[in-house]
Design a binder for this molecule. Structure first.
Ligand code: HPA
Length: 245
């Protein structure tokens, strides 16, 4: 079964034929909302809105552990994460879709592991390649089949939020090698890896990162909304493409 975690702008999947919704409890507390179980085409899908269905949970307060655990305990065997990001690299402007291949984690103070100590030997999961190659390929192939331009590979910087970055912070992220910036990519990806769940992200560039291009002197939320809404229709088609294979 395919798990989909929807981010800003994707609190619902219009093309998901919902059979039922379920409040799933976990040892880590409650997920961001009830899980929606249904089908897209021939594929069984479970959807959860990362920020809650009314977009009320900020990035640093998302219960990432509960979301990932709830998906796993519901029978999910692979996860697609949808996230909006800021573009740092000059070819990654608003409206561009990206399937990143690497992550740098700048978040702090989040519950970022299922290992709480005391219950068995410590396990260090391999995270050299943070995204699953097969799930990345599913996304990239679906984009190609339906004729959506997509950028294959980028370094995702996960920042703490909820505020946006300063221009100097973005300069620093770029010096570190980051191409995109978002607030929710971690610890989500690492938690999926800890549970052995193949995971990849489909990122939509919603705005130029702070200090870049149109955002040289600030980020316009009106512009950002204007990019998000039409783009999410494209994201839904890509997910349909993944499911229709
Ligand atoms: N920075 C961090 N997270 C984001 C941005 C940004 O510019 N845009 C969308 N998510």
């Amino acid at each position: 079964m395919l798990g989909i975690i929807g981010g800003s702008g994707l609190t619902q999947l219009a093309n998901l034929d919902v059979a039922h919704r379920e409040v799933v409890r976990t040892p880590y507390g409650e997920p961001s909302g009830p899980l929606s179980f249904g089908r897209i085409g021939a594929q069984d899908v479970v959807f959860v809105a990362r920020h809650g269905y009314g977009h009320t949970i900020p990035p640093h307060l998302v219960n990432y552990r509960a979301n990932i655990h709830a998906l796993e305990s519901s029978g999910v065997t692979r996860i697609i994460s949808v996230a909006s990001v800021g573009g740092i690299r000059s070819d990654l402007g608003p409206g561009v879709l990206v399937v990143p291949h690497q992550i740098i984690d700048y978040t702090w103070g989040r519950e970022m592991t299922f290992q709480s100590g005391g219950d068995g030997p410590v396990v260090h999961v391999d995270f050299t390649e943070p995204y699953d190659a097969a799930v990345r390929t599913l996304l990239l192939d679906a984009c190609r089949r339906i004729g959506e331009d997509v950028t294959d590979g980028a370094v995702y910087a996960a920042t703490q939020g909820p505020r946006l970055e300063t221009a100097a912070e973005i300069d620093r992220l770029q010096r570190d090698g980051a191409d995109l910036v978002g607030m929710t990519g971690m610890p989500e990806a690492a938690l999926a890896r800890e549970l052995g769940l193949p995971y990849a992200a489909l990122c939509l560039v919603a705005n130029w990162a702070a200090g870049r291009a149109d955002s040289a002197h600030g980020i316009s939320f009106d512009d950002l909304e204007a990019v998000l809404h039409p783009a999410m229709a494209r994201v839904r088609r890509i997910i349909e493409g993944v499911c229709g294979e």
